[in-house]
Design a protein around this ligand. Structure first.
Ligand SMILES: [Zn+2]
Length: 417
């Protein structure tokens, strides 16, 4: 794990490690301006590389900034961010096809400030991408000045043919997958969709209401503020599906509590294959205090209006993300919200259900409101809040198990009250 860490993280690790085996997470949250920043739009195009070989970024979620042929069996592509500064989470997604069927190496390169992060997934027809075979993946690590290693570029071997092959950084690309999932969830008669506004580019911002309670006690769950963090969405998906399940416990829960879910906080960024920001060029998870961007602003308005209308309360909120490894960022445990102790107990109890799993929990050190969603949920609403991070490479069945266990334990605890 050490080799992937940026220098600042390394310093952070040395200063604050509690146990040498456990990752202590990202460095302190940086406060950054959240007024609109310029972004560079990638031109959508087919790259004709000769001899009947084509690459293309013309797809929702596509990202491929340049492509050139090095030789008969090697193509080099360049992956650039929407703007800078940005944290290095180089999302990529593109298509490749060839008149002749043959093996081809694709070298993924990044700007000098970036480095390889996402293990390639490939897809022939279906919706889900599968991991590329490990024998077909060559990372090229580089020793940094501080002694850490980073993957400067990586090569992936694929079979190109007249049948289009999709290559992507995660399990799916574009907004369609989340939309189809929303439609499935909406088939339950206790789920409805609420339009709460539009993104900067006019995509609908939608919240699902789950439950038939009276809104005196509400919960909030969100994901995909950061477009590549699809494992975080997969965790939210399992969490929500478990709350919707056909069981006595879930039914009782839904009669006492309404869960509001916004699975796609940054639809423009997802559609445009951004590394992290929305089309305002801003990390929306730094905008939950100034609300310069329409996406966090719409959700905050929705929540505040709910509370005004109903005099109810948000008791719990989770923002699902993905990072290097599984970690829970929680609120300082000396601070009490609407349900003191709920989150630490929930994480400990749900983790016990998963054999061999030891949760990595990092409460914030600060006692004051910050710029992130979970800080907003806690300090404005008193909702017991956490940032639920799963690893980029956490096995998908583990993500599912954890999402299910979290939902079941939460229902068990809240049903008692
Ligand atoms: Zn994130």
């Amino acid at each position: 794990m050490m080799k992937y860490l940026a220098p600042t993280l390394l310093i952070f690790l040395i200063l604050s490690c509690k146990s040498p085996q456990q990752w202590t997470g990202q460095g302190p949250i940086e406060v950054v301006p959240t007024e609109d920043q310029l972004i560079e739009n990638q031109p959508y195009q087919d790259f004709d590389l000769g001899d009947g070989l084509f690459l293309s970024n013309k797809m929702e979620g596509g990202r491929l900034n340049d492509a050139r042929r090095i030789n008969d069996t090697l193509v080099e592509v360049q992956i650039l961010p929407e703007n800078q500064p940005i944290n290095s989470s180089p999302w990529y997604a593109f298509k490749v096809w060839s008149e002749e069927e043959k093996p081809m190496w694709i070298r993924l390169t990044y700007p000098t400030t970036g480095f390889h992060r996402y293990y390639p997934k490939i897809n022939k027809r279906g919706l889900f991408y599968k991991k590329l075979d490990s024998a077909a993946f060559h990372p090229h690590p580089k020793l940094m000045e501080d002694g850490t290693e980073r993957i400067e570029f990586a090569e992936a071997k694929v079979w190109v043919s007249p049948d289009t092959l999709w290559i992507s950084a995660q399990d799916f690309a574009g907004t369609g997958y989340v939309d189809r999932w929303k439609d499935e969830i909406l088939e339950h008669d206790f789920v409805e969709s609420i339009n709460i506004g539009s993104s900067k580019e006019g995509r609908p911002l939608e919240v699902l209401k789950i439950g038939n309670a009276d809104d005196q006690k509400m919960l909030m769950a969100i994901s995909l503020q950061h477009p590549p963090e699809i494992p975080g969405f997969l965790a939210l998906k399992s969490f929500v599906e478990t709350i919707c399940e056909d069981s006595e416990m879930a039914e009782k829960f839904r009669s006492k509590y309404n869960l509001y879910v916004m699975p796609m906080m940054n639809p423009d960024g997802v559609a445009r294959g951004h590394w992290r920001h929305n089309v305002g060029g801003v990390d929306t998870n730094r905008d939950w205090i100034n609300f310069n961007q329409p996406e966090p602003k719409a959700l905050a308005n929705f929540m505040e209006e709910k509370v005004r209308e109903t005099s109810g309360k948000f008791v719990f909120a989770a923002d699902f993300h993905a990072t290097w490894e599984d970690i829970f960022y929680t609120i300082n445990e000396d601070l009490e919200g609407n349900h003191p102790g709920l989150i630490p107990k929930l994480i400990r109890r749900s983790s016990r259900k998963i054999p061999g799993y030891e949760p990595n929990i990092r409460p914030s050190e600060g006692m004051e409101r910050g710029v992130t969603s979970s800080s907003y949920f806690f300090f404005v609403h008193g909702a017991e809040a956490m940032t639920y991070e799963v690893g980029d490479n956490t096995p998908r069945n583990r993500i599912r198990q954890k999402g299910e266990a979290t939902a079941r334990e939460l229902m068990r605890m809240l049903n008692r009250r």
